[in-house]
Design a protein around this ligand. Structure first.
Ligand code: NAD
Length: 442
């Protein structure tokens, strides 16, 4: 282990014990073993946890078989650590699982820049999920709506009887709303159960409640219930992040304006907004995967929320504040959990939660929205500066070099040559591998 790393680890040890920082200059230059050693010290990982992370194939076939049907194997993805994050005054090492090069580097870099004005601040609503009960064949939909509302208390009690544990924790069904919808097949009466799911993502808990109250709603109205299911448009369970980036970090007012203009493009055009929001989800989903979340639920919620006005809009805003600095905000639904789902079953998901140091689902959601905002900033900054390709291509070049047969140091040599030539292509990688090998390089 080089001495610089020894110093780093000693510093990390002191930082964590004394100063608690996620600011780790040169983290990317360390070997995998050195990075893991840093995380071990920073997060107090046990020898078993270190071994688990080092092991290729850290999900056993038995666990895989219990998680889903028809399992025939497992598939590994890289787990990385984004550094430099300061969220609500707290340093966090961020585990990210992602296949796309440059996302983790971009997040770490953005988080570093964002530290200068105190990092990212966040807030969240209570963890309220919505369950939907679809009532059909109601003779008088408006009268059905009135009767359901009149029996709210009875319906909520029946819902809460399904999950005494959740209600004991302070969660449970808290409210009820009824909507009459005109649909292509006629009018329908849709009851919403508003359920505080505490530290759960909540789908199972809410679906169970919806199924339990359906017969009562049928009895009260004389109608027929069909669907009883959670809504992924979790607009009562929002997380918000906010950051100020000083203009000096962006090369002055011009840099601030460029990002505001880039956001403005997304605000005016769904073609751009989709890609803008994809950049946010690069960060959110990478942490969601690392912590075993239902990432489809998060994606569905994010995009439905982006379109809630009837127009698809960017989830974030970027503006100039009164000092001429850049002010960024992000608000999005955050259906995440620490109990249930893969989070409890997958050993690496558990470990990621430990590395993050979050104790509640709401806290996890606040970290996710912070990462989303940083990722969004990184993309806009890159797009308004040198363009996104250069950074992407550097990392992509290494993948291509390896796919073209390069091994060891030759990977970097081939990648560097392609970036220098600005010709990052598979055919060029193959040529370079042959060329360098014929010169005896390894
Ligand atoms: P779950 O049912 O496994 O866990 C929730 C239960 O855990 C609660 O009902 C409660 O009784 C108990 N619990 C213990 N400690 C708790 C705490 N601190 N806070 C809250 N509850 C606590 O899981 P879930 O979160 O209800 O459901 C998530 C799963 O449902 C995910 O695997 C998801 O993929 C799946 N799912 C999603 C959808 C969808 O998004 N449309 C639909 C169906 C299923």
């Amino acid at each position: 282990m080089p001495s610089s790393c020894d110093n780093l680890i000693v510093r990390a040890f002191h930082d964590v014990i004394v100063e608690k920082t996620s600011r780790v200059p040169g983290f990317f230059k360390l070997s995998i073993a050195e990075r893991l050693e840093y995380v071990r010290k920073a997060c107090g990982l046990t020898p078993q946890e270190v071994e688990l992370l080092s092991k290729v194939g850290n999900l056993t076939l038995e666990t895989a078989d219990r998680m889903v049907e028809n399992a025939v194997g497992t598939m590994s993805y890289p787990l990385s650590i984004a550094v430099n994050f300061l969220v609500d005054g707290q340093d966090r090492l961020i585990p990210m699982v992602i296949e796309e090069p440059s996302v983790v580097a971009a997040a770490s870099n953005a988080a570093r820049i964002m530290r200068s004005k105190g990092g990212i601040t966040t807030e969240a609503t209570e963890p309220i999920m919505i369950g939907q009960v679809q009532l059909l064949d109601a003779k008088d939909p408006e009268a059905s709506k009135r009767v359901i509302l009149a029996h709210s208390e009875e319906i909520l009690k029946l819902a809460n009887d399904q999950d005494p544990f959740l209600t004991k924790l302070g969660g449970g069904a808290k409210g009820l709303e009824v909507r009459v919808l005109d649909s292509p097949t006629g009018r329908m009466v849709v009851t919403h159960l508003l359920v505080d799911v505490r530290d759960a993502m909540g789908a199972n808990a809410v679906n169970t409640m919806c199924e339990a109250v359906a017969p009562l709603i049928e009895r009260l109205t004389g109608g027929r219930v069909s669907l009883r299911i959670i809504s992924n448009l979790a607009d009562r369970r929002l997380a918000r992040a906010r950051v100020v980036v000083p203009k000096e970090e962006l090369g002055g007012e011009e840099g601030v304006n460029a990002i505001v203009e880039a956001w403005s493009f997304a605000a005016a055009d769904p073609y751009r907004a989709a890609t803008h929001n994809k950049g946010i989800m690069n960060g959110v989903i990478a942490v969601a995967l690392a912590t075993g979340q239902d990432h489809r639920a998060l994606e569905a919620g994010a995009h439905a929320y982006a379109a809630r006005t009837g127009r698809y809009l960017p989830l974030s805003t970027w503006q100039r504040n009164q000092d001429g600095d850049l002010l960024g905000t992000l608000e999005m639904p955050m259906a995440v959990g620490l109990v249930g789902g893969a989070t409890k079953v997958h050993p690496v998901a558990q470990l990621s939660v430990k590395i993050l140091g979050v104790r509640t689902a709401t806290e996890l959601g606040r970290v996710l929205v912070a990462v989303g905002l940083a990722q969004n900033f990184a993309a806009l900054r890159a797009l308004t500066k040198e363009g996104i390709q250069l950074g992407h291509m550097r990392l992509h070049a290494r993948n291509l070099a390896s796919a073209a047969g390069a091994e060891g140091e030759l990977i970097d040599k081939v990648a560097e040559a392609m970036v220098r030539e600005r010709m990052v292509r598979f055919d060029r990688a193959k040529e370079l591998v042959e060329e360098l090998r014929s010169r005896g390089e390894k």
